[in-house]
Ligand binder design. Structure first.
Ligand code: ADP
Ligand code: TRP
Length: 319
């Protein structure tokens, strides 16, 4: 079974990305042949600075490897290192009905957030379909926000096959409805667009400052605190052990402890949780060239599959 997923290098990764996407993808490596890529072509729809994009790609690669992506079993590569993706994207765009793309809400959502309306942003789902179909992917784990894109991918594969014969494999989505949304510093969904993130590997001092800045209510120290919907507790549950979580919940209900103390505990739990990953990240960072070698090897593996699939496509369409 081939498992495929991608993530855009469009900013510095945060705890929401880790618990919502990276951790589950890394766990899935065991279940089949995983292909995970850095969607640098997609990121160009929002990042318009070459140095910045290169920087985000490198940071993202370091983060993923530090968090447990195992390059000896998973092909890890840059989207742009597989030229067949662009060619398939064009081929698919010639069969993609305009109405289907016009119905995609991500284009409208992104424009509403201030992203420049470009043709690339509009045709984003076609490129994403090419990403998936070019590797004969069986399973595509993504968050809820990508559900419609997976439906477009399936529609395009079916449409292509209707016209040209059974050439493309129709993939199955795996939508992680269960992964709860990680809240940000202000309690809203943690997102780089909302300026409320806790980055994955910040300096210790910066992390402490961020966590001490989490928005809390004005319940006095002596009084009980509200457990339901507490951002502090929600984050703590992600990084602390079961007993520590119960202890904090009990303490919330009992009152007598201020939010400052809970924030300190959360800070320590985050530091402990990510300590082994921080160590791995530092080692990788010091080994200049290691990350590039991994991405080049991953691209080689990806290109071998992509070229085979594209061979079938070219033959079918007459290229
Ligand atoms: P952002 O919202 O910061 O722009 P992206 O949209 O680039 O993040 O998301 C990349 C991946 O991380 C997606 O799979 C998305 O579902 C997941 N993700 C992002 N933010 C969160 C969050 N707050 N909680 C859970 N998952 C998240
Ligand atoms: N669109 C995805 C996101 O914004 C990233 C992505 C690009 C992707 N191509 C993909 C995810 C192919 C899964 C499969 O998160």
């Amino acid at each position: 079974m081939r498992i495929l997923s991608g993530i855009q290098p469009s900013g510095i990764l945060h705890l929401g990305n880790y618990f919502g996407m990276m951790k589950p993808s890394i766990a899935l490596q065991e279940k089949g042949e995983a292909f995970y890529f850095i969607a640098d072509l997609h990121a160009m729809t929002t990042v318009r600075d070459g140095d910045k994009l290169r920087g985000f790609v490198r940071e993202l690669a370091l983060d993923f490897l530090a968090c447990g992506l195992d390059p000896s079993r998973t092909a890890f590569f840059r989207q742009s290192d597989v030229p067949a993706v662009n060619q398939l994207s064009w081929v698919l765009s010639t069969v993609a009905p305009m109405g289907l793309l016009e119905r995609c809400h991500s284009y409208k959502d992104k424009i509403a957030k201030g992203v420049a309306p470009s043709h690339g942003l509009f045709s984003y789902p076609v490129l994403m379909a090419a990403d998936i179909l070019v590797y004969d992917s069986d399973l595509v784990p993504v968050g809820k926000d990508q559900k419609q894109h997976l439906e477009v991918t399936r529609d395009l594969a079916i449409k292509f096959n209707e016209i040209y014969g059974e050439v493309l494999k129709v993939p199955e989505p795996q939508i992680s409805e269960t992964t709860a949304t990680v809240p940000g510093l202000d309690g809203a969904k943690m997102s780089k667009s909302y300026n409320n993130t806790i980055e994955l590997f910040p300096e210790e001092k910066a992390l402490r400052k961020k966590i001490m800045g989490i928005k809390t209510d004005s319940t006095p120290v002596e009084e009980p605190k509200i457990v339901e919907g507490s951002t502090l507790l929600t984050l703590y549950r992600l990084v602390a052990g079961a007993e520590e979580v119960v202890a904090m919940e009990d303490s919330f209900r009992a009152g007598g402890t201020g939010y400052g103390e809970y924030k300190k505990r959360l800070f320590e739990a985050v530091m402990d949780y990510f300590a082994p990953m921080r160590e791995r990240r530092a080692a990788l960072q010091a080994d200049t060239g290691a990350v590039d070698e991994i991405l080049v090897a991953g691209a080689k593996k990806a290109n071998a599959v992509a070229e085979e699939v594209m061979g079938r496509v070219r033959k079918a369409v007459g290229l």
